[in-house]
Write a protein that binds this ligand. Structure first.
Ligand SMILES: Cc1ncc(COP(=O)(O)O)c(C=O)c1O
Length: 390
């Protein structure tokens, strides 16, 4: 991996001089930060700690739990593993159903299948990108054990309505907060609002461990104990086993980097919100461009992605690419139309029309703490050029 030192003119997030991964695009979609403090933390962990389940892992868990406002945090090897292990630690069984969104990264519902349960989809809200509580209600059955709202693109789901749906029915809320580190709903950090919350630290996320990694947060002691065992081969003690578990631990060196990233997360999220506001100002009124829903006093987004909608999305993406701007589609194929889901569950076009429409219209514009105002203006100008052309 080649590294270069990037000195950005007027970076919105005040990201100082940081070594960065080199990209082919003039304006990349996202840019993970790897600074000197992270390199030193990684080196220290490698030289001084156990490489697996070293001190940094426990410290990272403690600090992440405190950050989310939960009693426990259990790290895992990925966000997918966090979701699967969270479900299994709740005692999900073979024929149990879990209701979630078809418009997410496919790991959300794959994790349900890995846990041995049945995913059931409910369509997305008319406005916005998250699963619609009213549609979830129509999918609940006697077999429903959990609902997984995904805080997609960093925008919190309508948790109060999900809590109302689940209450008194023995249904648990499992938050997929893999794209929403630090987002808030009603003054509380996401991850702490349901029975259990799951995070990913993959390299593109608002904070990363510079590799794969995940975290489960909860106030449920029994669930946390079970998750700790599942992620560590099912151990009860070194050579006794209490369940059929996995080798799904977060490596010490990654935890050491994660601790440094966590300390910077709030500043980076504030920068993302400033970038999002600048995009809104620059793009307001652009013909045929629909901006992401505004935050409400209850919901604070952390803009993991800044996603616009356009009927001419593909032309727009092409124009940006031709001009050196990296944009992306999250996600071009809704989960229910992926081959395995069509084959195994019999879904087809028309099953979830709003998710399908979104898949044809969404485009993620570059957003990361080191982007400059000038770059945001350049991207916005290019978007307007396509919007104004016939
Ligand atoms: C919404 C969502 N859920 C789950 C995952 C899975 O996380 P990971 O890639 O760490 O397994 C991701 C991340 O990529 C995600 O964006």
């Amino acid at each position: 991996m080649s590294r270069e030192t990037v000195l950005t003119a007027n970076p919105i997030g005040g990201a100082e001089t940081v070594p960065q991964v080199k990209h082919g695009f003039k304006i990349p979609l996202m840019r993970p930060v790897v600074d000197e403090e992270m390199l030193q933390a990684a080196l220290f962990a490698l030289q001084n700690e156990k490489l697996v389940m070293g001190e940094s892992v426990y410290k990272f868990e403690e600090e992440f739990a405190r950050y989310c406002g939960t009693r426990y945090a259990v790290s895992t090897a990925s966000g997918t593993a966090a979701l699967q292990i969270a479900l299994q630690s709740m005692g999900i069984e073979q024929r149990d159903e879990v209701v979630t969104t078809p418009f997410s990264f496919f790991a959300t519902s794959n994790a349900v299948i890995h846990a041995g349960a049945q995913p059931r989809f409910a369509d997305v809200e008319n406005e916005g990108f998250n699963i619609d509580p009213a549609k979830v209600e129509t999918k609940l059955t006697a077999m429903t054990r959990a609902i997984i709202p995904v805080h997609l693109y960093g925008q919190p789901s309508r948790m109060e309505e999900f809590r109302d749906l689940a209450e008194d029915k023995g249904i648990s809320i499992v938050e997929d907060a893999c794209q929403a580190h630090g987002a808030e709903y009603d003054g509380k950090r996401v991850g702490s609002l349901g029975r259990v919350g799951c995070f990913s630290f993959y390299t593109s996320k608002n904070m990363t461990v510079c590799g794969d990694g995940g975290m489960i947060v909860t106030n449920d002691e029994e669930l946390a104990d079970s998750a700790r065992s599942y992620r560590d081969c099912g151990r009860a003690s070194k050579y006794t086993m209490s369940r059929i578990g996995y080798t799904s631990r977060l490596n010490t060196v990654n935890a050491a980097i994660g601790r440094v990233q966590l300390r910077k997360l709030d500043n980076w999220n504030n920068a993302r919100r400033r970038i999002a506001n600048l995009y809104r100002r620059e793009l307001e009124g652009a013909p045929g461009i629909e901006l992401p829903p505004l935050e409400t006093p209850k919901e604070t987004s952390v803009y993991h992605l800044f996603v616009v909608r356009s009927q001419r999305r593909d032309q727009l993406a092409k124009h940006l690419e031709t001009n050196g701007v990296e944009a992306a589609i999250h996600y071009p194929v809704p989960i229910h139309l992926q081959t395995s889901y069509r084959t195994n569950f019999g879904y087809s076009e028309g099953s979830f029309p709003i998710a399908e429409r979104l898949a044809g219209q969404v485009l993620s514009l570059p957003i990361h703490p080191a982007i400059t105002e000038e770059e945001v203006r350049t991207v916005s100008r290019l978007v307007r050029e396509t919007a104004n052309s016939e």
